[in-house]
Every structure is written in C-alpha cells, then in structure tokens.
Design a protein around this ligand. Structure first.
Ligand code: COA
Ligand code: AMP
Length: 631
C-alpha cells in the first residue's frame, strides 16, 4: 500500500487518530472531549468541547516559540509601487492593537465584523483581530456592487464594518466609501460603526458619529489578548454564489478549520515553517481566506499579499518578478491567470529574465484546468503543476496531488485523488454508485473532514436543502464528473446555475433575477459559455415584453450596466442578445444545458421533451450573432 493510500484509509477508518494527531500540533486552551461527534446536527462536528483561538495559533504561537523576527507577511503592490514586510512580532502587535480598536467599538465574542477591503495588509490584520476577539468576520470581495454588500450586511448583521477609502484596479481607482455608504443606506441592518483605512489614492469623507479613521483609532488603542472560544464556534462567514440572488453564508469553525489548514501545508503543498508561500488570489475569496491568511500563518510560513494582476502590472513577467524577489517556494493561483500570461507571452520570453530556482511547484484551482494550460505552465516553468479541486464550502482541496505525502502520477485534466477525510462517491439520479468511468453527481459521504462547512449562517434548513437532502448521508458537491479505475477524479461541470468566470464563482440565476427586473424584459436566460481566457463567460438571452419597441443597442447597454450596478464588475456580464422566444420543455423548463452546448459548438441531442424544436434554430442564429455556436 502506498503512503497516500495508508493515510487515506486511516483518515476514513480511524478519523479520531488521524485528525487528533494533526490537532496536537496546535495550542489548545482546553483539549477536546471528542475528536468527532458523529451525532451532531445538522452535521457531525469536530473537536467538540475543545477551547481554542485561531489568531493565537496563527500569530502569537510563533512569536512565543522564537519566530518573532521571521517575516510573516510580505505586501507587494505593483499598482501603488509599495512593498512592506511584517515580522511575526510586528504582525502580532498590529493585530492586537487593531483588536483593541474593535473592542472599543463594542465587538465581543460572537459579534460579526464585515470586512470590505482591497489587497492590503490591513485586510489580513482586520481578519486576525476579529478572530483574536472570538468574533466572526465576513469578508466581501471588492469587485461586488453596493447591492451585494447590502445583502451581506443584512444577513450577517455586523456590529462594525472595516473598509478602506479605495481599491486599485489597473484601469481605475475603485472608490469603496460611496459603495459602502450606499450599501448601508440600502440595508435594514445598520452597523454601529465603520473603521475606514485612508489610502493616499482616494479620500473618503467620514460620517460623524459612525465612521472612524483607522490610523487615529489604532494610535489611541491598547492591545488586546486572544479570547478563547469553543472549537466549534464560527471563525468566519463567507458568502458564495448559489442558485438564487441570495448568496449562501458558508460558516467556518475555529478548531477544525485550523487543524485542516495546518495539515494541508506540509502534506499537500510540501511547505514548512520559514518557507515563502504565495496564493495569488484575493482575500475576498476562499482561496484568500485559506491560503493568503490562515494556512500559511498557522504553519509559520511567510505569506505574500500581492496587489496586482498577472499581466499589465506592468507586464506578463509580474509573477516571475515576485517569485524571484521574495524567494517564493509555492505559487497557488487560478488557471485563468496562466491563460492571461500565456496570451501575452506565449513563448515565455519574460520568464527567461528571472531566476525561479527557489520555486518548487505551482498549484492551480478555482475552475477546471484545461490540459493546454497545464502543459504550457509545466513546460515553461519546468516545475510540477498540481491541479486541485475544492470549493468555498470545504475550504481546502477535496482532491489533489499530495506532494508532501508522495507525488503521484499526473493525469492532465484530473485533479488527482481524494484527500484524507473525503469519501468521494459518484452517484446516479437514483442514488446508485456509478461504475468507474461513468459520469454522475459527485458527493461526499458524511462526515465531511475538518474545515468543511457545518451549516449556512442562520439557515440550517437551506444548508440541509442545498447539500444534504438529495442523497441522505451524503454531501452534494454540485459538481458532476467521474472516477477512473485508478481512483482519479475528473470534475467536468456544475449541476446547478453556478459558473466560473476568471476563477470567480458566480450565479447565472442571480444574473437572471437582475435582468428580469428590467421593465422591458418579459423573460430571460443566462448561460455560461466557454471562453478562451476566463474559462466561462455569462451570456444573457432576453425576450422583450409585448409592445416594447426600442433601440436594441441602447437596451443592451442598460442591461449590461444593470448587472454591473447590482452585482458588480466582477460578474463580467457583457454578452447579451434579444430573442423572440426561449426554448423550453413541455412543462415550461428553459433548456439552458442545450443552449450551452449549442453555444460552445459541442455535440448536442434534441431534447425529447422540447416544446418547439424550431426555437433552437432562432437561438443558434442569435448565438452566432455574438460569435458563438460555430459548428
Ligand atoms: N475590486 C474592484 N473591481 C474588481 C476587482 C476588485 N477587487 N477585481 C476585479 N474587478 C473588476 C475588474 O477591474 C474588471 O472590471 P472591468 O469590467 O471594468 O474591466 C471586472 O471586475 C472583471 O474582472 P476579471 O474577470 O478578473 O477580469 P480582468 O480582465 O480584470 O482580469 C485576469 C483577468 C485573468 C487577469 C484576472 O481575473 C485574474 O488575475 N485572475 C486570477 C485568478 C484569481 O484571482 N482567482 C480567484 C480564485 S483563486
Ligand atoms: P469556489 O467555491 O469559488 O472555490 O468554486 C468551487 C467550484 O469551482 C467547484 O465546485 C468546481 O465547480 C470549480 N472548481 C474549483 N476547482 C476546480 C478544479 N480544480 N477542477 C474543476 N473544477 C474546479
């Protein structure tokens, strides 16, 4: 039996020993009564009875054990021309002081703090300070519009919001403060205060009695110590796209999360304390939570916060410059970043200018990794490239090539094998297991391993309905795919309305809700079509209300703007076309799957249940008008 197989079997047959050993590497105020409580509702829970603090383990523990002078966080911002390093001791002091600011604002254990920040160290400091107090953070990605922010404020009900005057995109300064003010005006819940970090690129007018300036508040604050919480208490809520306009508030606990995070650093990524680890993502996404902030710090690594893009800041050599300059051992990003680099520098000319000998491996996730991108990255870098599959809900890889256990054979297009704790099965609609090689719904037999969501924020029922009801005893991933005879997993598509645009998870259902709200729209469908750079792009088809006679290009502009205003620029909604009718089944269900296949030029079969086959000709024509549906 291979080392991987032995560990994998142990994790399923004896989870108490497997995860108990992993947990013993962290500091606990009180040890757990049970590693796993299989009877907890709505799902089994980890480290029940244990008392813990995530910030202590990620920061203070390393200072206490003599790593105080080691770099904890390097900020590298080509968009502002700034670089800054925090040692573990400096990070501890900054976090303890900012925890003092939050405490002054009344934040206590269990309170929520909403963080709407660009990629600056203060975002990580605010997250860790919240954790230090035993409070719960909810970070909102900067590319979302005020409306999305308002939805999250209403659901999480934060006592305090932490934000900055602006974010910086290569083509513009994103003024956060007006977005925040509009969001608070639109939400029924009102935070009692907002702490605003002023950046020189934009001024933000503070509202008297509500807004506080970060720097003056920190100057006046006293440092605060870590507050012990139950291992099962929430560390954070991270909203992610579901099938409707109401995002799902994925809850992460403290103990199980930290245990899983620490385990992955050595076993999956093969890095240890002192190594430099770089996740080129954003703190607003799960990759940023897990692998910019928590996992590298829990492992005593140096983490990198990069405020820039893979291309254009200033050129497609940006990533290689950062790797060489900071001695990065492992880079983690989304395949789309590599497609962007490949597009601008297909021969890898920029790569040749840098010495990447410090780098051991590249990890990719967030969307399906097409083999071409994998080959290009592997050939040009001359390093192992690991595609791994995971979700906001799990917080870490469900399937990966565990370089720290033993590197396994690579099958391009597959994220390799299930990681310990994940008993992955492929089921048909009736719940029977599919034979090797046959596609089905990918599920995970309960219990889910540590770090996976125990529920959705304040909504056990939605959690049960979304993930646990279809196949009792199993967690529904929402992905479809198959397992091959060697146990490798192949993740082929989503089974719901979720699409992945440039590695960002978006809901087509939500975009449909926004389009349907336009006064001229009778009905609409949004589908995700294949895109050479971003993986997928949303494409909207709309049917106008009877009697509407408008200039189509004006109307299309309004619809594009509407999605940008209500969801945000990150939705990248640019493709829209007017059609007379939408193809439906006889029972009235829109045939989105068939339209996706037509748009992508893939093989498709006329659905037996279609109401009027002629509509598909009209749709094909409309899609061709946008440059799709080429056979
Ligand atoms: N704040 C405000 N706006 C943002 C934003 C942020 N944090 N992030 C993105 N946006 C905006 C962009 O400026 C763009 O606006 P535009 O329509 O005015 O041009 C829009 O949202 C779409 O962004 P994106 O889809 O990311 O496209 P892009 O052209 O700006 O960049 C890539 C393309 C491939 C370079 C970029 O997506 C990328 O680096 N991806 C890396 C992967 C990643 O971070 N994945 C996350 C999970 S690992
Ligand atoms: P997110 O919650 O944003 O991380 O998105 C999770 C979804 O992205 C998964 O359910 C998959 O559909 C997709 N995904 C993430 N990583 C991969 C991968 N390596 N291969 C295929 N799909 C992936």
């Amino acid at each position: 039996m291979s080392r991987y197989q032995a560990l994998y079997q142990q994790s399923l047959n004896d989870p108490d020993t497997f995860w108990g050993e992993a947990a013993s590497k962290l500091d606990w105020y009180k040890p757990w009564d049970k590693v796993l409580d299989p009877d907890a509702k709505p799902t089994p829970r980890w480290f029940v009875g244990g008392e813990f603090n995530t910030c202590h383990n990620a920061v203070d523990r390393h200072v206490d054990s003599g790593r105080g002078d080691q770099a904890a966080l390097i900020y590298d911002s080509p968009v502002t021309g700034t670089k800054r390093t925090y040692t573990y001791a400096q990070l501890r002091d900054a976090v303890a002081r900012f925890a003092g600011v939050l405490r002054e604002q009344g934040v206590e254990k269990g309170d929520r703090v909403l963080i709407y920040m660009p990629m600056i160290p203060e975002a990580a400091i605010a997250m860790l300070a919240t954790a230090r107090l035993g409070a719960i953070h909810s970070v909102v990605f900067g590319g979302f519009a005020a409306n999305e922010l308002a939805t999250r404020i209403n659901d999480a009900k934060p006592k305090v919001v932490v934000s900055a005057s602006c974010g910086i995109e290569p083509n513009r300064v994103v003024h956060y403060k007006p977005l925040l003010d509009n969001a608070i005006a639109a939400s029924s819940h009102k935070p009692s205060s907002c702490v605003i970090f002023a950046r020189p690129q934009a001024e933000a007018a503070l509202i008297d009695g509500r807004d506080i300036d970060w720097e003056s508040a920190v100057a006046a604050a006293s440092p605060v110590d870590c507050v012990p919480v139950a291992a099962t208490d929430p560390l954070y809520i991270l909203y992610t796209s579901g099938t409707t306009g109401q995002p799902k508030g994925v809850v992460r606990d403290n103990g199980g999360h930290a245990v899983a995070m620490l385990w992955t650093m050595k076993n999956i990524y093969n890095v240890e304390a002192g190594d430099v680890y770089w996740a080129a993502s954003d703190v607003g996404w799960v990759v940023g939570h897990s692998y910019i902030v928590y996992a590298p710090l829990l492992a005593g690594c140096t983490t990198l916060m990069y405020e820039g893009k893979p291309v254009g800041t200033p050129d497609p050599g940006a990533f290689w410059r950062v790797i060489e300059e900071h001695g990065v051992k492992v880079l983690f990003t989304a395949p789309t970043a590599f497609r962007a680099i490949k597009k601008e520098d297909p021969e890898g000319a920029f790569l040749k200018k840098y010495d990447l000998s410090c780098m051991d491996a590249l990890f990719l996730a967030g969307e399906r990794c097409d083999p071409d991108t994998l080959f290009w990255a592997r050939d040009k870098l001359g390093k192992p490239v690991v595609d791994h599959w995971w979700q906001t809900e799990t917080g870490w890889g469900i399937a990966a090539n565990p370089l720290g256990i033993e590197p396994m054979e690579v099958k391009p297009g597959s994220p390799t094998v299930a990681m310990p704790g994940y008993d992955v099965r492929i089921l048909n609609e009736q719940g029977a297991e599919m034979p090797d090689g046959d596609m089905g719904n990918i599920v995970i037999k309960l219990p889910l391993p540590p770090s996976c969501l125990p529920t959705l924020w304040n909504n056990d029922q939605r959690f049960i309905d979304s993930y646990l009801s279809k196949y009792p005893g199993y967690y529904l991933t929402g992905d479809a795919g198959f397992k091959d005879a060697d146990g490798y997993l192949w993740i082929m598509s989503r089974t719901d309305d979720v699409i992945n645009v440039a590695g960002h998870r978006l809901s087509t259902g939500q975009m449909e809700e926004v389009l349907a709200g336009h006064p001229d729209v009778a009905e609409c469908a949004v589908i995700g079509v294949a895109d050479a750079l971003k993986g997928q792009m949303p494409l909207g088809m709309i049917v106008l209300k009877a009697g509407v006679d408008r200039d189509e290009s004006e109307l299309k502009k309004e619809l594009v703007q509407r999605v940008r205003d209500q969801i945000g620029p990150v939705a990248a909604f640019k493709l829209v076309t007017v059609v007379k009718r939408l193809p439906k089944t006889r029972s009235g269900k829109i045939l989105r799957g068939t339209m996706v296949k037509i748009a992508d030029g893939s093989e498709w079969k006329m659905p037996a249940t279609i109401d009027d086959p002629a509509i598909l000709d009209e749709i094909t024509e409309a899609l061709q008008g946008l440059g799709y549906a080429k056979s």
